[in-house]
Design a protein around this ligand. Structure first.
Ligand code: MN
Length: 276
C-alpha cells in the first residue's frame, strides 16, 4: 500500500417510514459504500414505488458503484442514470418517475471526496468543519420561484405546488443530474433525505440533530421521529453517514486484512439497504 493513501472510515445509519397519511411508501434508499442515496418515487397505483426501487436496483448493478469501488466519475453516474431513466420508462410505461439524491465516495489522486449528485427535490446536506448546509439545489417549481425572487424561503414552505419537480428519472424531459465534488474530512456528517423530512423539519432542527447525535443511526431515528411528530404527511427517508476517521487505502490490502483492519479499529461499517 502506498504511503498517504487513505480511505474514510464510514459509519452509517438509515431508515424509512411510510408516514401518517400515505398508504404506501414510495421512497427507496441505498446505503452501501460507496453509494449513499435516496429515491422518492412519484406516480399513481404504486408505480412510484416501482420507479424508486428500480432506480436503486439499477444503480446497484453498476460496476463503478459496487462495494469498495472508489473510481466513479460524474460521467459514470450520469451514464448509470440514463440506464435508470430507460428502465423506469420500460417497466412503468412512462407512468412514473423518481427523484434521486446522494453521494458516491470516490478517490481522486489519493484523496477521498464526496461526489454529490441530484435530480429532483430529495436533498443532500453536509456538516463539515463547523459548517452546515444543503449541498444540492432542488429541481422544483418552488425553487425556481425562490431563485427568481417571486417567493421568499418562508412562503416556499407553504406554496401549494411545492411538490412539483422540474427534473426526474423516468418521467419528464430532463434526467440530468447536477454534481458537486467535496473533499471528505474526518468528522463529516452527511445526510441524504426525501422531501418527507424537509417538508416537516427545518434546516435548524436537522443541524441540531446531526450536531448532537453520537451515532448516525441515532440521528436517523431522531430525524424520522421529528418528521412524524410534525405530521408525517409524506413518506420520510434518511441516510446518515459519519466519517469516523481514515484507514490506509483498502484497495491495496487483501480482503481479509480489510475486514480485520475495520474490526480492530472498533468502528464497524454498517451496511443497510431498503427497497421501499
Ligand atoms: Mn416525497
Amino acid at each position: 500500500m502506498s504511503a498517504g493513501r487513505t480511505t474514510p472510515l464510514l459509519l452509517v445509519g438509515a431508515g424509512t417510514d411510510r408516514g401518517l397519511v400515505r398508504e404506501i411508501n414510495e421512497d427507496a434508499f441505498i446505503a452501501l459504500d460507496p453509494l449513499f442515496a435516496v429515491a422518492d418515487g412519484m406516480g399513481g397505483h404504486e408505480a412510484g414505488e416501482v420507479a424508486s426501487s428500480e432506480c436503486v436496483a439499477v444503480l446497484r448493478q453498476q460496476p463503478v458503484l459496487t462495494a469498495g469501488s472508489r473510481n466513479a466519475t460524474a460521467e459514470d453516474i450520469q451514464a448509470a442514470l440514463r440506464h435508470v431513466d430507460a428502465r423506469i420508462r420500460e417497466v412503468t410505461n412512462a407512468r412514473a418517475g423518481t427523484t434521486l439524491s446522494g453521494a458516491v465516495v470516490v478517490q481522486e489522486q489519493g484523496i477521498p471526496h464526496w461526489l454529490v449528485f441530484n435530480v429532483g427535490d430529495s436533498r443532500t446536506y453536509l456538516m463539515s468543519r463547523g459548517t452546515f448546509g444543503q449541498v444540492t439545489v432542488d429541481h422544483s417549481e418552488v425553487q425556481e420561484l425562490v431563485d427568481g425572487g417571486y417567493l421568499t424561503a418562508v412562503e416556499a414552505l407553504v406554496y401549494p405546488r411545492r411538490h412539483v419537480v422540474t427534473r426526474a428519472l423516468g418521467a419528464g424531459g430532463n434526467a440530468e443530474a447536477d454534481y458537486w465534488r467535496i473533499p471528505i474530512e474526518t468528522g463529516d456528517r452527511l445526510l441524504v433525505c426525501s422531501d418527507g423530512l424537509t417538508g416537516e423539519v427545518s434546516d435548524e432542527q436537522i443541524q441540531h440533530i446531526l450536531a448532537t447525535a453520537d451515532e448516525p443511526q441515532e440521528a436517523a431515528d431522531a430525524l424520522i421521529h421529528l418528521a412524524l411528530r410534525a405530521g408525517g404527511h409524506d413518506n420520510v427517508t434518511v441516510v446518515v453517514v459519519y466519517v469516523a476517521g481514515t484507514t490506509p487505502d483498502a484497495d491495496h490490502a487483501p480482503e481479509s486484512t480489510k475486514n480485520t483492519a475495520t474490526a480492530t479499529a472498533g468502528v464497524p461499517l454498517r451496511l443497510e439497504e431498503n427497497h421501499g
